[in-house]
Design a protein around this ligand. Structure first.
Ligand SMILES: [Zn+2]
Ligand SMILES: [Zn+2]
Length: 211
């Protein structure tokens, strides 16, 4: 299965979002970059009703995280919960739902950043330096293997896609966990993951403000 068969792209996060709804999501991302968990109406006071609807429907589809008090703490791969995946950008540290997010977000936003995750097979910590949105190609980054599950534009994004979109220290370690002959998905280099990420986050990257 090559990258061409990869079902991930611009549609992964859109889930039928209109342009106006995408702007609401981008405002939510602004808050998460700053470590702030806000209610939808605080995120988008211009139209609180639309904001409530957007985050409620995304949360129902495993595409946003909202706490019991109604505050948004995750959307579009960004999360304030503690995960195995982190983006370091200047003084800012933000967690992501999956390893793919930790590469794809800095790639789409054109950031100088470091993505940190770990190999699910051996537990080794992995970091990728990213410069202007482009991952470094040095060893070991060149040996890392990104598993990108096949994904639909609808359905439980966190549970069905992010839960398995890991980066492994090597292709061998990826194949110890994933039967690439039968599992639906693709094995990508980190550079390819960045390329796909630029597509996936394209709509919000132009709207959200990175601190
Ligand atoms: Zn490993
Ligand atoms: Zn993800």
């Amino acid at each position: 299965m090559g990258q061409q068969g990869c079902g991930v792209g611009r549609g992964l996060l859109q889930a039928g979002l209109s342009v106006a709804e995408t702007a609401v999501v981008a405002a939510g991302i602004d808050a998460l970059w700053r470590g702030r968990s806000l209610s939808p109406r605080e995120i988008w006071p211009q139209d609180p009703v639309v904001a409530e609807e957007v985050f409620a429907s995304l949360a129902a589809a495993g595409r946003a995280e909202v706490d019991d008090a109604g505050r948004v703490f995750g959307v579009h791969g960004f999360t304030l919960s503690h995960t195995r995946h982190t983006i370091f950008h200047g003084d800012v540290k933000v967690h992501t739902w999956c390893a793919f997010d930790s590469i794809g977000i800095p790639a789409a936003f054109g950031l100088d950043a470091t993505a940190a995750t770990d190999c699910p097979t051996c537990g080794r910590g992995l970091t990728v330096a990213i410069s202007g949105g482009v991952p470094e190609q040095s060893v070991p980054a060149g040996e890392l293997a990104q598993w990108l599950p096949e994904a639909a534009a609808t359905g439980d994004l966190m549970g069905k896609f992010c839960a398995n979109a890991d980066i492994y220290c090597s292709r061998a370690h990826l194949e110890q966990r994933i039967d690439t002959a039968t599992a639906a998905g693709s094995v990508l280099t980190v550079a390819d993951a960045a390329r796909v990420g630029r597509e996936v986050w394209a709509d919000v990257a132009g709207l959200a403000e990175v601190p």
